[in-house]
Ligand binder design. Structure first.
Ligand SMILES: [Mn+2]
Length: 372
């Protein structure tokens, strides 16, 4: 029995104001679609007996038509190949109000596809393997009930638990999100034994115990995930061999913090020039300038820094500076003018003005200005 276990695909995630030259779609949004398509491609090539998705298929509860189209195209390929597909809803894809309905209702319509999304335990029997599903539950009582409802049948050849949340244990597998759920270890609490526990939510691939595994996400949603490898799990359930298959994703690099205490502006530029290597090409890069002296700080040209790192996809800048006469250190981050402008418009509560129009017009003038 060969199984693909993947998770946290976050289709519809988008960030920064850069478009894919080929598709015209936000480049980061396209990156997530590419990673999804890459896994679908591998599934069709390698023909596992089953595919499991451990939650956060979409980035939001109400995904865009485009995100839905990309998801459906991939799921249809798995379905058409006759490969059973089981998916649970994660915290990013569970509506707060049940009356909103769920996109998983539509997903369940595909042949060979089983979705658990209703805040309760569901079991799917596939080729004599029982897939025990605990999706994201909006209430703690629902989650407790879901675990309480798990039944291990005597005639099941193997048992797999598929769930989404922060695994309770000695380490913290939290993503720091307000609505995440904490998963008790049912093997300890309920005295059950599973052949494999397929976890989603924590974006880093990590083996908690031989058979309890977070597969990690195929793309990174923040700089906290810079060190993570990206990919999916390939399971040989009978041989109990569980392998993480790495897949390429957009590079994300955190540069070591630069201490500017002793630096003039020219020396800061010089130090940055050394940090700006060809390796950073097309990567998401974060740069932290520490303790910039007041005199250097006011002379510092952030556009010059962007020019020094022109090979990168996006440069995320954070800094702290020492104010004149004092030791006060302030910390902040500043993005490109276009990103800051978009953030500013988003913060405004516009009643008489069309925010989208304002954004489009403003960005148009800003990009013309920046190109000169
Ligand atoms: Mn997630």
């Amino acid at each position: 029995m060969k199984i693909v276990h993947f998770s946290d695909t976050h289709l519809g995630f988008s960030e920064y104001n850069k478009l894919d030259p080929e598709t015209g779609i936000n480049q980061r949004e396209q990156d997530f679609y590419n990673s999804w398509n890459n896994i679908i491609h591998q599934i069709i090539e390698k023909k596992p007996d089953m595919v499991l998705h451990a939650g956060d298929l979409f980035h939001t509860t109400r995904p865009s038509n485009r995100a839905i189209a990309v998801a459906f195209e991939g799921i249809r390929k798995i379905s058409d190949a006759g490969i059973p597909f089981v998916i649970v809803a994660g915290n990013h894809s569970t509506p707060k109000i049940r009356a909103t309905g769920s996109i998983f209702e539509a997903i369940s319509l595909f042949t060979n596809v089983n979705a658990a999304y209703q805040g309760r335990y569901q079991r799917f029997e596939i080729c004599s393997v029982d897939i025990h599903c605990v999706p994201h539950c909006s209430l703690t009582e629902e989650l407790e009930q879901a675990f309480h409802d798990i039944v291990i049948r005597s005639d099941a050849k193997q048992n797999v638990l598929l769930t989404h949340g922060a695994w309770a244990g000695s380490k913290n597998y939290s993503m720091g999100e307000f609505n995440e759920q904490h998963i008790p270890n049912p093997e300890l609490k309920l005295n059950m034994q599973f052949d494999y526990i397929a976890l989603g939510h924590y974006h880093k691939h990590i083996t908690i115990a031989d058979h309890i595994i977070y597969c990690g996400s195929p793309e990174r949603t923040s700089f906290n995930e810079a060190v993570n490898t990206t990919g999916y799990m390939w399971l040989d359930l009978d041989a109990k061999k569980f392998e993480h298959i790495e897949l390429p994703s957009r590079k994300m690099i955190k540069l070591p913090p630069l201490d500017c205490t002793e630096f003039t502006v020219a020396e800061i530029y010089l130090a940055l020039e050394k940090l700006s290597t060809p390796e950073l090409e097309d990567a998401l890069v974060s740069l932290d300038l520490k303790n910039i002296q007041h005199d250097s700080f006011i002379k510092l040209d952030w556009r010059e820094i962007d020019r020094l790192f022109k090979q990168v996809f996006h440069l995320e800048k954070t800094f702290s500076h020492i104010e004149r006469g004092g030791t006060t250190v302030t910390s902040s981050s500043f993005d490109s003018l276009t990103v800051e402008f978009e953030r500013y418009i988003d913060r405004l509560s516009l009643t008489d003005l069309d925010g989208e129009w304002l954004k489009k017009t403003g960005l148009h003038y800003l990009s013309e200005e920046l190109e000169e």
